[in-house]
Design a protein around this ligand. Structure first.
Ligand code: NAD
Ligand code: MG
Ligand code: MG
Length: 347
């Protein structure tokens, strides 16, 4: 598979455009700051009264309401939450999009599941960093980047010496993505694999595994502090080794005892039955059923801050003893506070 790096992308394309970034959340703040530092003309579009407004201004970025940011811009990157994008697109973006401007996303959700139907003549691309927004910013600042996916849903660029794919690569370069590697995919593939990964492995699978391990130790009479260090804190230390050099690299660093126990017990925790469930999760995503479940829950929210399923689960997580004991233990680990990825005052 072809992987694109810095030398495969022409930064001048995106530097020749005025770019509107809608939203200044996890991805929005990262793209806006990275593009600005790469010399791109960026305006962030927000709701008036948004708490993000001063954060963006304090970072030295131009801010306007969504309509104002979209008007006249050559490329509009939509980085508002997925559940609001359809409404924002139909009411504030589409009516102000100038002829020939490009619509961009960092996740294919709304295009792939036909929630947003762009005009025939609008080019639609994706630049999706494969990592949390805060890491997209911190790695860029450290001279690196986050591996990213690009995709072209529609190329309707006329009379220009570049294609929609060239624009996506150029944007990915300005965002630090080509420093790590960029893969070309489709909106369908990105959407389905991204949703599957976050549900089955990265977020859903991992937090369920951590909590089940923690609960098993605490229910057996071990102290919550012990269980927290063993099942949550140490996860990162182990993942760092896997991330750096693969699974065998991690096995090299741990004791032979730990490695033997890994082979013996891992397959008992994640079984063939787990894979049956994973296949069901994937099918639920592919059919569009998950997308509708999520949007239905959001629709029942009276203030846009999450529907009943989202809110009850957030509350249950907050009240889980692993979160309480963890917050106390982390407050004593001063070194963790020195380089926080998430600082809610700023990003
Ligand atoms: P987020 O929830 O962190 O932030 C969204 C921002 O949108 C808010 O901070 C706010 O400034 C703004 N916003 C909210 N409502 C708005 C409105 N009505 N009008 C204008 N602006 C509004 O969102 P996010 O997690 O960064 O997700 C943005 C997109 O990036 C989504 O498509 C998501 O799937 C994709 N994505 C996110 C991540 C991630 O790390 N969070 C990773 C890859 C892709
Ligand atoms: Mg995702
Ligand atoms: Mg050990």
């Amino acid at each position: 598979m072809k992987i694109f790096y810095d030398e495969d992308a022409n930064l001048d394309i995106i530097k020749g455009m005025s770019v509107a970034i809608i939203g200044y959340g996890s991805q929005g703040h990262a793209h806006a700051n990275n593009l600005k530092d790469s010399g791109v003309d960026v305006t962030v579009g927000l709701r008036s009264g948004s708490s993000s407004w001063t954060k963006a201004e304090e970072a030295g970025i131009k801010v306007e309401d969504v309509e104002g940011a979209v008007t006249g811009s050559d490329l509009v990157m939509v980085l508002a939450p997925d559940e609001f994008q359809k409404d924002i697109y139909e009411k504030q973006i589409q009516p102000n999009l100038k002829d020939g401007s490009i619509l961009a996303f960092a996740h294919g959700f709304n295009i792939h599941f036909n929630k947003i139907i762009p005009d025939e003549t609008t080019s639609v691309i994706m630049i999706a960093p494969k990592g949390p927004g805060h890491t997209v910013r911190s790695t860029y600042n450290d001279g690196g980047g986050v591996p990213s996916l690009i995709a072209v849903f529609k190329d309707d660029i006329k009379n220009k010496p570049f294609s929609a794919k060239d624009v996506a690569l150029s944007y990915a370069k300005a965002n630090g993505g080509t420093r790590a590697g960029v893969l070309e995919t489709s909106f369908k593939e990105e959407t389905e694999t991204d949703l599957f990964g976050e549900q089955a492995v990265l977020c859903g699978g991992m937090t369920a595994l951590i909590k089940a391990g923690y609960e098993t130790l605490v229910e057996a009479g071990y102290s919550p502090e012990m269980a927290y260090f063993e099942c949550l804190h140490e996860t990162k230390l182990i993942v760092d080794l896997i991330h750096e050099g693969g699974i065998a690299n991690m096995h090299y660093s741990i004791s032979n005892t730990a490695e033997y126990g890994d082979y013996l017990s891992g397959p008992k925790v994640i079984t063939e039955d787990t894979k049956v469930v994973m296949k069901e999760i994937l099918a639920n995503i592919q059919s569009g059923e998950f997308a509708n479940q999520f949007l239905d829950d959001c629709r029942q929210s009276n203030d846009g801050s999450g529907g009943p399923v989202m809110k009850s689960n957030r509350e249950a997580t907050k009240n889980h003893s692993i979160e309480k004991v963890g917050s106390e233990l982390r407050s004593k680990m001063k070194f963790l506070n020195n380089q926080k990825l998430v600082d809610k005052e700023k990003n």
